[in-house]
Design a protein around this ligand. Structure first.
Ligand code: AMP
Length: 115
């Protein structure tokens, strides 16, 4: 059994986190270092998938649930339009190897697509 990730520890209440949405298999937290007015991470409760490629191969239904929660968060906070980012691999900026979607919404017009 691998060590709990920072996201698992937030889910378990071991460290503080701002949980803004939750379903049976997915939860969402406010990013501690926001890059947009709305910056929420949508995360499977299981940490068995390290990145979105593993998740897509292993449980595509769970990936679809992540997208549903992302849509719902954006609908509640930013009129329903959003950018969804999965950093995949350390070289692409991934730092937490427990798959998570970055939902960026609100005030995005000045931001580059790939910054
Ligand atoms: P990534 O670099 O794609 O793996 O994204 C990891 C994200 O987790 C970063 O945007 C961090 O700001 C965020 N993060 C790390 N620790 C915490 C925490 N304790 N609470 C909320 N967000 C966090």
């Amino acid at each position: 059994m691998s060590e709990p990730t920072v996201f698992t520890r937030i889910l378990n209440g071991e460290i503080p986190g701002d949980i803004v949405a939750e379903t049976d298999r997915v939860f969402a937290i406010t990013d501690i270092n926001p890059q947009a007015r709305v910056h929420v991470l949508v995360i499977p409760k299981t940490q068995e998938y390290r990145d979105v490629a593993e998740l897509a191969a292993g449980d595509p239904t769970l990936l679809a649930e992540l997208v549903e929660v992302a849509k719902s968060v954006a609908a509640d906070t930013a009129g329903g339009e959003f950018r969804l980012i999965f950093n995949t691999g350390a070289g692409a900026g991934q730092t937490v190897f427990h798959v998570h979607a970055h939902v960026l919404a609100g005030d995005l017009e000045e931001k580059s697509l790939i910054d």
